[in-house]
Design a protein around this ligand. Structure first.
Ligand code: NAG
Ligand code: NAG
Ligand code: NAG
Ligand code: NAG
Ligand code: NAG
Length: 376
């Protein structure tokens, strides 16, 4: 009797060990990307070496100045004067994206509309580097930017080359500009120029936070324990000598995230002594934040890389959605239409929307919002 129990327990053990062995073999041979995530996530949990990262990326102020001492080509130092600014919103744009800027000014980025209908001051400015075209086309493009800026007065531009690999320089420019010209803004946001921002929802959310007096605040979609891309074909390729660890600090993808003013100031100070050669701007933001001891909070209605579904139950709660260019006008009209609030309120509206959101967000993996958002 005893002997049989012992024997069957031993069989269990053998079975368990075999399963583990098979599983680990499968995992090692499985898709490398998945393994990278497992590796970096466990690394993040087990050995927290972010103090090392900070130490090894710290450089002298003189050295760090090379990432920020660019000449201003377009500047508006008085943009925030004498005003209670709720939000300073930087849109990362590039010189050729004139049409995108026009669309933003006439939809979610319309400062007059925000002041008149929402009753708060939001400053929307575009962050640009210098155009770099062949054979003098850059000079023509720069003339066009001067003209555009005379019209709208909302371009902030420095003379580093505007390119994907210089996005970190653009981010540093934003923090330095805020420090110099708009330090009293309650919140700072940075966003891509193909992002849709539901301004009424964002403003209501930020007013709530302001009234609670939040500080030490950083919100967006959060990437945790993401591994650096080590394949040279990737747009996000980072060689080990630029970043040697196998996982990035937590960060919020650059499509759009928000900081409280005090955090923006801390990040500004971090940029004065960190090596900013890592060109992925949102990861660099994560490194700065780690250095000053700030961590991000997740908000399910900040989009990651993807588009939110087109539906009024989504519009009722969305903050950002990524990948909108041609449809910006239509989406703005639909998402801010009075019937959105009407149809989604009340017990019936709420029930309907929960069902609808489960259907829209939980069927398969969309990159817009996670399934969990359906229950919020
Ligand atoms: C911005 O909004 C104001 C007030 O709603 C409106 O008069 C103006 O035409 C809008 N600007 C643009 C560029 O659409
Ligand atoms: C630029 O100019 C050079 C010589 O003037 C010419 O050979 C070249 O094709 C031009 N490049 C472009 C993109 O126009
Ligand atoms: C970044 O900007 C600097 C200054 O204009 C320039 O020298 C450098 O080539 C740019 N880097 C990239 C990758 O475009
Ligand atoms: C910054 O990091 C890069 C590698 O990513 C390195 O080549 C460069 O020397 C570093 N700068 C300083 C001042 O240490
Ligand atoms: C990062 O380095 C800076 C300067 O060396 C230091 O002041 C700061 O406390 C460090 N932060 C962490 C989290 O170790």
């Amino acid at each position: 009797m005893f002997w049989r129990v012992r024997r069957s327990m031993r069989m269990h053990w053998v079975r368990l060990m075999t399963t583990c062995l098979v599983l680990s073999v499968v995992m090692v041979w499985w898709d490398n990307g998945m393994m990278n995530h497992v590796k970096s996530f466990s690394y993040r949990l087990l050995v927290n070496r972010f103090g090392d990262i900070n130490r090894s990326l710290t450089i002298t102020r003189e050295q760090a100045r090379s990432f920020s001492n660019f000449r201003n080509l377009l500047d508006h130092p008085n943009k925030c004067d004498d005003q209670d600014v709720l939000l300073l919103l930087f849109v990362k744009s590039s010189p050729v994206n004139t049409a995108r800027r026009e669309a933003i000014r006439s939809t979610w980025g319309n400062e007059t509309f925000i002041l008149d209908s929402l009753g708060v001051t939001v400053k929307v400015v575009f962050a640009l580097g210098a155009p770099s075209g062949p054979n003098g086309t850059d000079a023509i493009l720069q003339m066009r930017l001067f003209r555009e800026d005379r019209h709208h007065g909302d371009l902030i531009q420095q003379d580093f080359r505007d390119s994907f690999h210089n996005l970190t320089l653009k981010l540093i420019m934003q923090f330095h500009w805020m420090h110099r010209c708009c330090a009293h803004a309650r919140f700072f946001m940075t966003a891509d120029d193909d992002v849709f921002i539901h301004m009424p929802n964002l403003v209501a959310y930020l007013q709530g936070l302001r009234d609670q007096g939040v500080s030490d605040f950083w919100v967006g979609r959060v990437h945790r324990g993401a591994p650096p891309k080590r394949s040279q074909d990737s747009k996000y390729y980072v060689p080990p000598d630029m970043y040697q660890w196998i996982s990035y600090p937590d960060y919020t993808p650059g499509g759009g995230y928000v900081l409280s003013g005090d955090v923006a100031d801390k990040i500004y100070h971090a940029t004065l002594t960190l090596n900013a050669s890592l060109h992925i701007d949102d990861v660099f933001m994560g490194i700065c934040a780690k250095a000053v001891g700030v961590s991000p909070q997740e908000h399910l209605y900040f989009a990651g890389e993807g588009k939110a579904p087109y539906h009024l139950c989504i519009y009722n709660q969305m903050i950002t959605s990524h990948g909108h260019v041609e449809d910006l006008q239509d989406l703005w009209k639909a998402a801010t239409h009075p019937k959105v609030k009407e149809r989604t309120s009340g017990l019936l509206g709420k029930l309907y929307c929960t069902a609808m959101k489960i259907f829209l967000l939980c069927r398969y993996h969309l990159n817009g919002y996670p399934c969990l958002a359906a229950f919020h």
